[in-house]
Design a protein around this ligand. Structure first.
Ligand code: NAD
Length: 517
């Protein structure tokens, strides 16, 4: 199969007014479809449910974005049954044919890009550039995993002893459950699903209850790309209602999860129990939360450091697992960097993402709004609020202003617990050693950054910073597929490195076959 070499999908140039006009047109067009209903799709059949999930626009909570089917255990059972049956044929489909469907899906997503961006704005509250980066990431996953499957389809080289031939290759695993979060509703859902599918598995796809319309769009794109019926079974529902069922069922071969630490640990525990009619150990791929730190050493470009702290802390209102939620600053430059970060964060335009200049939209939901607000309250006893005020009425949109707490103790709750909102804790360190020790004092280990001109310090951090993705002298968010494989240590997850060369084999079984001549 001849494919062009892989390259990342370019971002839209928003300084080009024709792109802005096209985006307004897409927002208008998609507005016509707000409030529509989306059934479950199991084995290509639409399945109506008694209950529904009502998805709202976080910028205008009274605006319904869509009504989505709400699976119960009955539908979850149907979806697992269909995925299990379809596995027999899909696992025998040639890897090239499976890869081709991903390439087609990428082409469709590219054609439908502005429409997808508009749904991201309505359902996710994403500023335009964030929405664009996310849809580009979804396209990248499709393109990258298709090529990865072609790379791995014949296995990898091993040595043979004289008189024998050793072969080492991969085969598909079974029916898996894909459980996705709301913060990258197109990219992460597409990435987890496409990796599982191209590896020859069938899936039950469960998007987040907050972004299920985007989930329906992703499922629609796979269908349009020609994915045979029953390979992807679209099964939206509440995690609390169908999650345990899907995870514990004996037909489930693997679970690919991205979400909070709490849910991930529960899934890991439940999946470990072996049922009497279950003939495998379920595989769990879990990518979870973070409490990501950026260290600023002395003698660096303080403006650049402050810029990147602000970009990392407030992109998508801090609702990225990779977001900087701790800035750990060397004593000698502490006051200067803090002041610059406050000024730059104050300049961010917060509002409804209706134009390209809005850099921060709302948080996703009322529970998320309440959670972040409760941490803002906790912070009042744990640091000095140098930026931000209490948020307003959530009925007018779930907006929370950029908030900075200074002089925070490294052991404070706002320095240890994942807030997942636009709240940054700033901590003073005596020196670089102290800063690295503070950064590593966390149950998480997802991303981290070091701003330093000191080569020894960078080399120490290269090996000793306890995080799956470590960035030097730049922002710590926005990992690129195929360029910065992504995933964390510790309680941030199973370090599965999405968008990297080790990811697809997690969805396959490796076989060694030896023949003596
Ligand atoms: P969440 O854990 O609340 O929900 C994630 C998914 O799990 C949803 O689809 C939900 O319905 C489902 N779920 C809930 N309870 C379940 C159960 N008992 N069994 C099975 N599934 C269940 O997380 P969220 O609020 O949607 O997402 C935010 C979290 O995701 C943050 O902690 C963030 O750091 C993390 N995240 C991590 C990464 C990463 O790559 N490490 C990427 C994005 C988000």
């Amino acid at each position: 199969m001849g494919l062009l070499p892989y390259k990342n999908e370019p971002y839209l140039d928003w300084s080009d007014e024709s792109n802005q006009e096209a985006m307004w047109a897409a927002l208008e067009e998609v507005e016509e479809y707000l409030g529509k209903s989306y059934p479950l799709i199991i084995g290509a059949k639409p399945i109506e449910t008694d209950g529904e999930i009502i998805s709202v626009n976080p910028s205008y909570p009274s605006q319904v974005v869509g009504r989505i089917g709400r699976a119960t255990e009955r539908e979850a059972d149907m979806a697992l049954e269909t995925a299990t049956k379809t596995f027999e044929s899909w696992s025998r489909t040639a890897p090239e044919a499976r890869a081709r469907i991903l390439i087609r899906a990428a082409a469709i997503m590219r054609r439908r890009k502005l429409e997808m961006l508009a749904w991201e704005v309505y359902e996710g509250g994403k500023p335009w550039a964030e929405a664009d980066a996310q849809v580009a990431e979804a396209i990248d996953f499709l393109e990258y995993y298709a090529r990865e499957m072609l790379r791995l389809k014949d296995g990898v080289e091993v040595y043979s002893v004289p008189g024998e031939e050793s072969r080492y290759f991969y085969q598909s695993m079974g029916a898996g459950v894909i459980i996705a979060p709301w913060n990258f509703p197109t990219a992460i859902l597409t990435g987890m699903s496409s990796a599982a599918i191209v590896a020859g598995n069938t899936i039950v796809m469960k998007p987040s209850e907050y972004t299920s319309v985007l989930g329906a769009k992703v499922a629609e794109i796979f269908e349009e790309a020609g994915l045979p019926e029953g390979v992807l079974n679209f099964c939206p529902g509440y995690g609390s209602e169908i999650g345990d069922y899907l995870v514990t069922d004996a037909r489930t071969r693997f679970i690919s999860f991205t979400g909070s630490m709490k849910t991930g640990l529960r899934i890991n525990e439940l999946a470990a129990r072996q049922l009497s009619n279950q003939r495998w150990i379920k595989r769990v791929i879990a990518e979870m939360g973070g409490k990501d730190a950026m260290i600023v050493d002395d003698s660096v470009d303080l403006d650049a450091a402050a810029d990147d702290i602000v970009a990392s802390a407030y992109g998508y209102a801090g609702q990225k697992c990779s977001a900087a939620s701790r800035a750990i600053i060397h004593h000698d430059v502490y006051d200067d960097v803090l002041q610059k970060a406050v000024e730059k964060a104050r300049a961010l335009k917060v509002g409804v993402p209706e134009s390209v200049d809005v850099s921060m939209g709302p948080v996703i939901s009322e529970p998320q709004f309440e959670k972040v607000f409760s941490y803002i309250e906790v912070g009042k006893d744990e640091g000095e609020r140098v930026l931000g005020e209490d948020p307003g009425d959530p009925n007018k949109g779930y907006f929370i202003p950029p908030t900075i707490y200074a002089d925070v103790d490294p052991k404070a709750r706002i320095a240890q617990e994942e807030i997942f909102g636009p709240v940054l804790s700033v901590i003073e360190a005596r020196d670089f050693d102290d800063a690295l020790r503070i950064a590593n004092d966390s149950p998480y280990g997802l991303t981290g950054g070091v701003y330093s001109a000191n080569r020894d310090h960078l080399e120490r951090a290269r090996h000793e910073f306890k995080a799956g993705n470590v960035y030097f002298n730049r922002k710590i968010t926005g990992a690129l597929v195929g360029v910065q494989p992504f995933g964390g240590f510790g309680l941030s997850g199973t370090d599965s490195k999405a968008g990297g060369p080790d990811y697809l084999p997690l969805h396959m079984l490796a076989r060694t076959v030896v023949e003596r001549f």
